[in-house]
Ligand binder design. Structure first.
Ligand SMILES: *[C@@H]1O[C@H](CO)[C@@H](O)[C@H](O)[C@H]1NC(C)=O
Ligand SMILES: *[C@@H]1O[C@H](CO)[C@@H](O)[C@H](O)[C@H]1NC(C)=O
Length: 506
């Protein structure tokens, strides 16, 4: 385990991976090779979201437009007792979303070794669609799947979409030395004269829950990556889990979780601190190892599985198609301020988005808060400031999401990395507000004592584009939520029945 080079900041209660383990998938696959499932590295495109800079309203406003825009592409329909999401056709009936998603800044992606000789494929994860496919354009942008001179690639003339075929290739999901697995990865190529030839190449791994009617799948009669692994009996559980180490790295697990590893790293770090000055004494080290083993025996009893390691959200009675659940309570500084709120899990959203009225209730309970629009100057900025609220940068806001009788803290503690590179105001902050001083445009902007809160009011409830999307009353738990918790998506049985979402404090 010492060669593992995972580090853990016990004081901040946040663990992190050293550069050695995160830049080399090989090391990572080595350390998790005795856990069930496949464990792939996760990275955030473009680096960390919130940086040590003043709040820039133009920038953040555009990011919210982009984040919310992704939820406007669906509408809902009743199917028997359930309400399901399905794609709206774009202009001219073109399925723009199929080809436009790859390589965007802020997207989380993994890398997979594929082909013979093995090439590294960058694979964007997308929690809003269930399809696994590769986009090949001639634009030269993005990460291209190379079929030329690739002996693993077996072409196919089977079309699953007017522009997508289903070749297979060999995948090395553990390491390039492990025995490869032959999997289908549909390849979508826009026609020569289509404007989509300008889109980036890339590969998309959809992690949305499959369902029998598959309303959100654009590719007919194809299997998700998870289904393919199940069919080959390579995984026992129809689950996907995500564990973030810090603001730019993490692990994506297929068919398993790394909860046991996280738990062991955590207890080991604590014990090593206690035994710091005695670690070179053989008996003391043995004593420490015994304590760690004893702790692990109780924390993760032999024979226990992910089912025991996570607390589970009920996802029944939710609008189907995405990972949505019901949070029984939202707490601010120890007080329950909201009950029974539907939430959507989406790691590619950099914020926590709250329905406008819920955001209002939330900030009323947050001492010192006020509207961002009360601080900014011109009319354009006032308009953009809608939905954003500020709190004094020095105030600590304690947020907890309650489920199954447990309260899961959010924004707990600050890792050293956040303190060094993150915005003023800590994990709750999107940046400190600076304002122009007076009327003299040549003057420097001055700091206010206010920081913009990472919980932002949604505009989806009041705008036309979202009227069909069933997002009006839904929170979005984005990347900031994943920073504190390990999340498991249980996809249920083959028909998508019995799906649920598990959460564990990491
Ligand atoms: C704010 O962000 C926009 C868009 O990213 C950028 O063009 C602008 O220069 C930034 N403003 C400041 C004051 O940094
Ligand atoms: C604006 O700044 C300039 C240069 O610093 C200074 O000469 C001028 O008096 C200022 N004007 C006002 C209205 O403060």
């Amino acid at each position: 385990m010492n060669t593992v080079r995972l580090c853990f900041l016990a004081s901040a209660a946040i663990w992190c991976a050293s550069t050695a383990s995160t830049t080399s998938p090989g090391v990572l696959s080595l350390i998790v090779s005795d856990l069930p499932g496949y464990h792939l590295p996760l990275y955030r495109r473009g680096g960390r979201h919130s940086v040590h800079q003043p709040f820039n309203i133009t920038n953040i406003y555009a990011q919210r437009e982009h984040a919310e825009g992704r939820y406007a592409r669906v509408s809902t329909e009743a199917d028997g007792n359930t309400i399901e999401r399905h794609w709206r056709n774009g202009k001219d009936g073109v399925d723009e979303y199929l080809l436009s998603g790859a390589g965007a800044v802020g997207t989380w992606y993994t890398t997979i070794q594929v082909g013979k000789p093995p090439q590294t494929l960058e694979v964007d994860i997308d929690m809003l669609n269930p399809d696994f496919y590769s986009i090949m354009t001639t634009s030269g942008r993005g990460s291209k799947y190379n079929t030329f001179g690739n002996e693993g690639h077996a072409p196919s003339n089977n079309y699953v979409h007017p522009i997508c075929r289903t070749p297979t290739d060999v995948f090395h999901l553990r390491s390039s030395a492990s025995s490869p697995i032959r999997l289908t990865v549909p390849v979508c190529q826009p026609g020569k004269y289509s404007s989509h030839t300008l889109a980036s190449s890339g590969t998309i791994l959809g992690l949305a829950p499959p369902s029998s009617s598959r309303p959100l799948s654009r590719l007919s009669k194809t299997k998700t990556l998870l289904e393919q692994l199940q069919d080959e009996n390579l995984i026992d559980h129809n689950i996907v889990s995500i564990a973030l180490f810090d603001s730019t790295t993490g692990v994506l697990s297929l068919g398993g979780t790394i909860a046991a590893l996280v738990e062991e790293v955590r207890i080991r770090a604590e014990k090593e601190l206690t035994y710091l000055d005695r670690l070179d004494i053989l008996e003391e080290r043995a004593k420490m190892e015994a304590e760690i083993a004893g702790y692990m025996f109780f924390a993760m009893p032999p024979g226990s599985t992910h089912k025991d390691h996570f607390k589970w959200f009920d996802t029944s009675n939710m609008v189907a198609g995405w990972h949505q659940a019901l949070v029984t309570g939202i707490w601010v500084n120890g007080v329950k301020v909201l009950k029974n709120q539907p939430v959507l899990f989406d790691i590619n959203c950099p914020f926590i988005i709250a329905p406008a009225d819920a955001a209002q209730t939330f900030y009323e309970a947050t001492p010192g808060s006020r509207l961002l629009s009360s601080l900014v100057g011109d009319a354009e900025q006032q308009k953009q400031a809608q939905g954003f609220q500020v709190v004094p940068c020095l105030n600590e806001v304690k947020i907890e999401f309650e489920l199954a009788g447990w309260r899961f803290p959010f924004g707990r503690g600050e890792a050293r990395e956040d303190a060094l590179f993150g915005p003023v105001g800590g994990r709750f902050s999107l940046g400190q507000v600076h304002i122009e001083s007076g009327t003299n445009s040549s003057d420097e902007a001055v700091e206010t004592g206010y920081c913009v809160g990472i919980v932002i009011g949604s505009t989806m409830g009041i705008r036309q584009d979202w009227s069909q999307s069933a997002m009006r009353n839904v929170w979005v738990l984005g990347e900031p939520f994943f920073r504190d918790t390990g999340v498991v998506f249980d996809m249920g049985d083959k028909k998508g029945k019995g799906g649920r979402i598990g959460v564990r404090v990491f």
